[in-house]
Design a protein around this ligand. Structure first.
Ligand code: AMP
Ligand code: ZN
Length: 468
């Protein structure tokens, strides 16, 4: 078995070699819990899930750690305000350590609900930054002892010029041209805060009250739960150049060893922005800061099945950008519904069931090739259409694949047990309208039925109804 993964560190496909035989230990940058996560964020958590499920499918033991950022200054630019404080201000709440904790806890729970809805396996450890302050202070002390830090009027900074490997991930330039320089006290433009002073709020530290820098928590919590060097580190592609390089700088300068062997990054979920008279329609990254975010809650309120979004994401390789649109989601949901309905017809009570080994091999090959989920889905459809495989064998093989895909193919919630009277009336009306050949009216009725949460398909044997 040769599993190939694209490693941002070496900028190429590499054969995966675990530190411990048949085990994978990995760390994922998790959510900043100052708001609901959006469906772009969920793509990064889905990548974590697919890696876990694929390795479990390959019979590896997996240990997964994902941090919860419930404290920490700024984003990539550490001049920024603490995002949790920003969240409190947005919600008109008093800013205090107690309210910061309450806000963080609230959105952590909403995040967990979302990942359950998306059938993402709960990571084994979900450590919170706020519960690892002593360890973060300890790491700064180690870096201070090795002369990697300096003090300015607003905090303690990491001196990137002292780290000769700084910026090795994604091979960023040392000049930091892309960064807007705001802090004239910094020795180098790429230096970043390890601790930021705050006289009103924060945690006590040897340098004064304040908050840890955002990058610090990941260095501390990854190594606390996975050891100094672990197998895989993941996150969205926006984290590679600064956040991950800073994590590497802190951890590797402190321990003198490599932080993670493989760095995997998912591409963005983008959204088409509204055309203006000056600008043609373009695409933009989905981000809370841009105000174009869509949450899973909105998607469900519009009548979509969260797993239809999972299906949509699986249709793209994790290193390919996805342009989200409601039309694309609708098409994904239709394909997903069709798949579930087809699978539900295969379930036959028979004891003579065998996995189709030929298809298992094909499916495994797609995953071994840098987790190629669109190809894995193509294998699924190829199997569905293959008449030489018995329904019972197809069923068993597809459920086996579903251990990785996580599409809950075993259940068909689109199947209807009771059609509400109001909907049945419209269906009957549509049947008679269709008989007269008035397709325009039939289409209008289809829309009305859809607004009530049901989908009508015209088949050779008449109208077929399923749940939206
Ligand atoms: P945050 O809550 O901002 O810390 O982000 C959590 C995760 O979501 C990180 O791994 C980000 O890189 C990732 N992420 C943020 N925006 C997007 C997006 N539009 N598409 C895909 N991943 C994203
Ligand atoms: Zn991180």
């Amino acid at each position: 078995m040769t599993i190939k993964l694209y490693n941002t560190l070496t900028d190429g496909l590499e054969e995966f070699k675990p530190i411990r035989p048949r085990e994978v230990w990995m760390y994922h940058c998790g959510p900043t819990v100052y708001d609901y996560v959006h469906i772009g964020n969920l793509r990064s958590f889905l990548l974590a899930d697919i890696i876990r499920r694929a390795f479990e499918f390959f019979e590896f033991e997996v240990r997964q750690v994902m941090n919860i950022t419930d404290v920490g200054i700024g984003g990539n630019n550490d001049e920024g305000e603490d995002k949790i404080i920003k969240g409190l201000k947005r919600e008109g709440k008093t800013v205090s350590m107690k309210s910061m904790k309450e806000l963080g806890d609230f959105y952590t729970e909403r995040f967990k609900e979302d990942i359950v809805k998306l059938n993402i396996e709960m990571p084994h450890v979900l450590p919170k930054a706020s519960e690892h302050i002593p360890e973060q202070i300890e790491l700064i002390k180690i870096l201070e002892g090795k002369d990697f830090t300096y003090k300015t009027s607003d905090g303690i900074y990491f001196d990137t010029s002292r780290d000769k490997h700084y910026g090795k991930l994604g091979r960023i330039s040392k000049d930091g041209e892309s960064r807007i320089e705001q802090n004239l006290e910094k020795r180098n433009s790429q230096d970043f805060a390890l601790w930021k002073f705050n006289s009103n709020l924060g945690f006590p530290s040897p340098w004064g009250q304040g908050f840890p820098g955002w990058h610090l928590e990941c260095s501390v919590m990854s190594t606390k739960y996975l050891g100094n060097t672990f197998d895989i580190h993941t996150g969205g592609i926006d984290l590679a150049s600064i956040h991950h390089n800073n994590e590497i700088a802190q951890s590797e300068s402190a321990c003198g060893c490599e932080l993670a062997h493989y760095w995997l990054h998912n591409e963005f979920v983008n959204v088409a922005d509204a055309p203006t008279s000056l600008k043609l329609r373009g695409v933009d990254k989905m981000a809370k800061s841009k105000g174009n975010q869509i949450t899973l809650k909105i998607l469900v309120e519009k009548g979509f099945n969260p797993l239809a979004y999972r299906y949509l994401l699986l249709m793209a390789h994790y290193r390919t950008p996805v342009i989200f649109s409601w039309e694309a989601l609708e098409a994904a949901q239709n394909a997903y519904r069709k798949l579930k309905e087809t699978v539900s017809t295969y379930h036959v009570d028979t004891t003579s069931v065998e996995l189709s080994l030929m298809y298992v091999k094909e499916f495994t090959d797609t995953l071994e090739n840098d987790l190629n989920t669109p190809e894995a889905l193509a294998v699924v459809w190829k199997l569905v259409k293959d008449e030489s495989i018995s329904p019972a064998d197809k069923y068993a093989t597809l459920l086996n694949f579903d251990k990785v895909l996580g599409l809950d193919l075993e259940h068909n919630e689109f199947e209807i047990k009771d059609i509400p009277e109001e909907v049945q009336k419209l269906i009957n009306k549509r049947e008679s309208v269709r008989a007269t050949g008035d397709y325009q009216k039939a289409d209008k009725l289809r829309e009305q039925i859809k607004n009530l949460g049901f989908v009508v398909e015209d088949t050779a044997s008449g109208q077929k109804i399923s749940k939206l």
